[in-house]
Design a protein around this ligand. Structure first.
Ligand code: FE
Ligand code: FE
Ligand code: ZN
Length: 277
């Protein structure tokens, strides 16, 4: 059975998120570990985290993904903002130590005119400071749409970060279908070609999670506006091909579509039905 879930609001505690996931037919989920638009961390309750751990093993969850806050920019021109990114990631990874074997995903950031090379160097530096070799979490770089000076719109940019970071054994990649299509990869007509390219440049063994989102914009638009599955330019059929691809079907698939938990439940039900599950 496919691991499918959605991004849940994290205001309600970890075990409750696991229960919400079950309620909507999910067996994985994604969440923030803090207010996504602010820097403030909530103190994590070890008993609550243990409760989620137990629930996940009892109910056969796939790996879950914690998502770094959107305001995090490890390749900002401003040293203070880069230091804040490192601090937030350190704190978040400390929480994730209570949930061993799962993933922490972040947007590589925007180099704001410093250039791709400098940006990738700064991202790798932050990873060196924050990702411990004995850590139990796989840290994922997300493929991006390439909006503005965003790093990660090309697979080559993620490769460069991996090459620069000595902690690369603890790193992986999360592929976002909306971002990859907006970034100009032909997910709709040539999934095999895109995955061959991904394998050649990054290596498919690095791919640890997939964000399944439709897109409001045409391929190559570099926009990054998510749409409900089947209501965008990618379409449900192409999303289903991603989910059933032999190289991907073991991975956790997470919806980040613009709807609430009930809406995600409806999308999960439709996707599972279409996949014969
Ligand atoms: Fe993301
Ligand atoms: Fe995403
Ligand atoms: Zn996006």
């Amino acid at each position: 059975m496919t691991y499918i879930g959605a991004h849940l609001s994290s205001a309600r505690g970890f075990r409750k998120m696991g229960l919400t996931a079950l309620d909507i037919g999910a067996n994985t989920f994604q969440c923030f570990l803090r207010n996504p638009r602010g820097a403030r961390a909530r103190a994590a309750d070890p008993a609550d985290l243990a409760g989620l751990r137990e629930l996940m093993s009892e109910r056969g969850f796939g790996p879950i993904v914690a998502h770094a806050p959107y305001i995090m920019n490890p390749c900002s021109k401003d040293e203070g903002i880069r230091a804040l990114a490192a601090r937030m990631m350190t704190e978040d990874l400390d929480v994730m130590e209570h949930l061993p074997g799962n993933c922490y995903n972040f947007h590589p950031g925007s180099h704001v005119g410093q250039g791709v090379e400098t940006g990738c160097r700064q991202i790798a530096d932050m990873l060196e400071q924050t990702v411990r070799p004995e850590g139990k979490t796989t840290v994922l770089l997300e493929t991006m749409a390439g909006k503005g000076s965003e790093i990660g719109g090309r697979f080559e940019e993620l490769r460069l970060i991996l090459d620069m970071a000595d902690c690369r054994d603890r790193l992986g990649v999360c592929l976002d279908t909306c971002h990859v299509s907006d970034g100009g990869y032909d997910l709709i007509h040539d999934l095999d070609g895109v995955l061959t390219e991904f394998d050649r440049i990054i290596g498919l063994d690095r791919l640890k999670a997939v964000h399944i989102n439709d897109s409001m914009n045409p391929p190559g638009s570099r926009k990054d506006r998510h749409a409900l599955i089947g209501q965008g330019t990618i379409g449900e059929a192409a999303i289903l091909r991603v989910m059933s691809h032999p190289a991907l079907k073991h991975l956790p698939f997470l919806l980040e579509t613009p709807t609430d938990d009930a809406g995600h439940g409806e999308e999960i039900r439709r996707l599972r039905a279409a996949a014969g599950q």
